[in-house]
Design a protein around this ligand. Sequence first.
Ligand SMILES: [Zn+2]
Length: 194
Amino acid sequence: MEDGRASFREIARRTSLTTPTVSSRVTRMLKAGLIQKFVPVLAQDSVQKGVIAFAVLKVDSDPEKVAGRLAEMSEVEGVYLTTGQNEITLKIAVGTVQSLHSFLRENAKEMNGVSLVSTQIITRVVKNSLPSLFPGPLTIDLRCDYCRGEVASLRPYNLMAGSSRYYFCCKTCRAAYLGKYGARLAKIKGTRRE
Ligand SMILES: [Zn+2]
């Protein structure tokens, strides 16, 4: 988490594991989709010109589905389902205030049953930790999205739907999940099994 460019040997030294162990664990985490990619973290203030805003949307029904559609848009950096009933918070990055307004008008608001509750433009970033920097040691508890049982396999059964990934402990659970939610998932672009 601190240094994505650290060598396997360096990570092994710090964690008192062997280099091959670190290497195979990282490979497994990549294959399982737990590590999605390694990227540089830019200083947003100095690198990213433009407008970053939070927008709260209220949806009439099925916030998960609306959130999935919003997640596909390149202007949307973050999509959060929150405790507010049927509310979705978006983090949006665009070039200008004008394009923020047209984005909200044209995309978010035109969706059926979606209304804009509020918009806040960020004026200064005081702190912006990576969401993945958990306080304390990182433990991975992978649960089957159908039966909630532990996913013990090194290569769990996956299901991709848009930017969401589902994990299953076995083929049967994945088939059962598809039986239950398949019609809904089929409407999301980029649904595939792995
Ligand atoms: Zn299962």
